[in-house]
Design a protein around this ligand. Structure first.
Ligand code: CAA
Ligand code: NAD
Length: 283
């Protein structure tokens, strides 16, 4: 099936980034969220990023306008009836995702692939909300989407070879490098990354170092582009906590218990860059 129209559910950090790369590769995009203001915020974020590319001479104003022009805003999942491939990038909450997949299964044509950008929730569980488990797959982009090379692809137990090939080819068309991970909580990326971030939060909680010293150790000592606490702020502390909860419940192993300090920050609404405050403060 030729993919011309690409649906994205969620217009937050990841949804907007995915919509941007899909539109930049020439696809028509439908970008959905629950409220008009959320979709508008997503489009404003894409416009800001593209404007910087124009200012740096990497893109013409006409190219920027064409990319934005290919993105159709949506606040109804029914709009996905005209999509040829859909990626869900709504909040990291399995009940939210189950509801979205159930509805998409009723709205989208039977041959359409429904992918999830989930960071941690097993694809087989999400596929269980549909009657098309063979056409459900994990397509896990990294943040910031326009910059990061990797797309982690996760096959659920019933995902077909054709669904895998189509998704992998799409990732390559987006100029990304796919890597295949097994369908276990956190897959590969977050099974490895998130315990490191959680341990950095425990180090802060136990007073082993200041936020700056913890991040400096990992930036200058291990050559990471950002320290783990700054990275947690970039990802979103709510998303980090949700991933740790999925690992903890999914493996029934105390080594994945979320740090109480991470939970306190999320309860206080300190979600990182997106709320203006996390481990650091943002304007
Ligand atoms: N959106 C789009 N482009 C962005 C961007 C954003 N949010 N942030 C930076 N960029 C672009 C800049 O425009 C710049 O582009 P040009 O080279 O074309 O000028 C380029 O990226 C480099 O930006 P900067 O010079 O401003 O900053 P930097 O060199 O410090 O890089 C960074 C910024 C790319 C974020 C870098 O710090 C980095 O790689 N950090 C680690 C990111 C990471 O680990 N991501 C994975 C998170 S985990 C995940 O995504 C999975 C999950 O499920 C949680
Ligand atoms: P975010 O909080 O920035 O955005 C989530 C968006 O989903 C919000 O705009 C919210 O209104 C919307 N949403 C919630 N319920 C919805 C529904 N029923 N229908 C449509 N939209 C709905 O979160 P994010 O960082 O963009 O994360 C989205 C997904 O991507 C999560 O599954 C997350 O785990 C995953 N992810 C996040 C990162 C990251 O670094 N933040 C990286 C890779 C994957």
């Amino acid at each position: 099936m030729e993919i011309k129209t690409f649906g994205v559910i969620g217009s937050g950090l990841m949804g907007a980034g995915i919509a941007q790369v899909a539109s930049m590769s020439g696809l028509r995009v439908i970008m959905n969220d629950i409220k008009e203001e959320f979709v508008e915020r997503g489009i404003a974020n894409i416009t800001n990023i593209l404007s910087k590319s124009v200012d740096r001479g990497k893109m013409t104003p006409d190219q920027k306008d064409a990319i934005i022009g290919r993105i159709q805003p949506s606040i109804s999942l029914k709009d996905m009836a005209s999509a040829d491939f859909v990626v869900e990038a709504a909040s990291e909450n399995e009940h939210v995702k189950f509801g979205i997949f159930r509805e998409l299964d009723g709205v989208c044509a039977p041959e359409v692939i429904l992918a999830s950008n989930t960071s941690s929730i097993p694809i087989g569980r999400i596929a269980g909300s549909t009657k098309r488990s063979d056409r459900v797959i994990g397509m896990h982009f990294m943040n910031p989407v326009p910059v990061m090379q990797l797309v982690e692809i996760i096959r659920g137990i019933a995902t077909s070879d054709e669904t895998f090939r189509t998704t992998r080819d799409l990732a390559v068309m987006f100029k990304k490098t796919p890597a295949l991970a097994g369908d276990y909580p956190g897959f590969l990326a977050n099974r490895i990354l998130m315990p490191m971030i959680n341990e950095a939060v425990f180090s802060l909680y136990h007073g082993v170092g200041t936020r700056e010293d913890i991040d400096t150790v990992m930036r200058l000592g291990m050559n990471h582009p950002m320290g783990p606490l700054a990275l947690a702020d970039l990802i979103g502390l709510d998303t980090c906590l949700a991933i740790m909860e999925t690992l903890y419940a999914g493996f029934s192993d105390s080594k994945y218990r979320p740090c109480p300090l991470l939970r306190r920050y999320v309860e206080a609404g300190w979600l990182g860059r997106k709320s203006g405050r996390g481990f650091y403060e943002y304007k």
